[in-house]
Design a protein around this ligand. Sequence first.
Ligand SMILES: [Fe+2]
Length: 273
Amino acid sequence: MHLDKKVYNIDTYKDINIKIVQISDIHFSIGYKLKRLHKLFDDIDNIKPDYVCIVGDLIDEYDVVETDYINYFKDWLKLLSYKYKVIISLGNHDFIVKTNGHYVENSNIDWLLKLRSKNLIILDNDVYSENGINFMGYNPDFEYYYTYKEKKFLKCKELSKLINGHTGYNILMVHTPILIEKNYKDIEGFNLIDLVISGHTHGGMIPSYFPGNFGLVSPVNTLFPRGVRGMVRCGKCDIIISSGVVKLSRKSKITVLNDFYGYNINVINIKKV
Ligand SMILES: [Fe+2]
């Protein structure tokens, strides 16, 4: 279990000087290695960021929420928010439960919403503004992920509504980078976004020491996808894609390989030039 830390330095003409820790794809589940959470906490603590942004897939599926095991994860989130401002947007796994062998939609996120505090912000198609920064959390729906398997062309009207009228430094938190890469030219107002941060792709299942943005396999099982890790340019702004805290979720049944891959933390320094 080793740390895969990447540092990104972003210049802006806007009046910003912040350090963000970006993580994603924790995939907390029954029997999850608590040691991984403890190490993650210590590594974040060593970086001392201004904000911790978690871009979705906090849990693997809803079944864990119905057990006491979820309390370990809730306590971890609370503890993190006692020391740092934590901002969360949601991923496809935060809205699913397995029924008769298939994933079905479960829109109950009350377990998470109950943790809300002034230091623990949950963005469910929502904007949080502070110190001239707008954190916009956009969560595509179940159909986009599971019915259309990310192939549907989207104009993302809901996203345009979120963006509309926000001045300042605009950070879009969206779990899937694929949606933005495919559709950004047609999203009204996208030119107002300064930075996109995502997860979802689990690094394309490639060990972190390989250069480039390609992967072995995408979340929708296409082989050798492009634009699934690192930094990808979309118009005038970049998407920074987290490779995830885990690469393999429980359904793979080989989660032991997560220790081989390591867990990713991105440190994003945004500075006025
Ligand atoms: Fe994931």
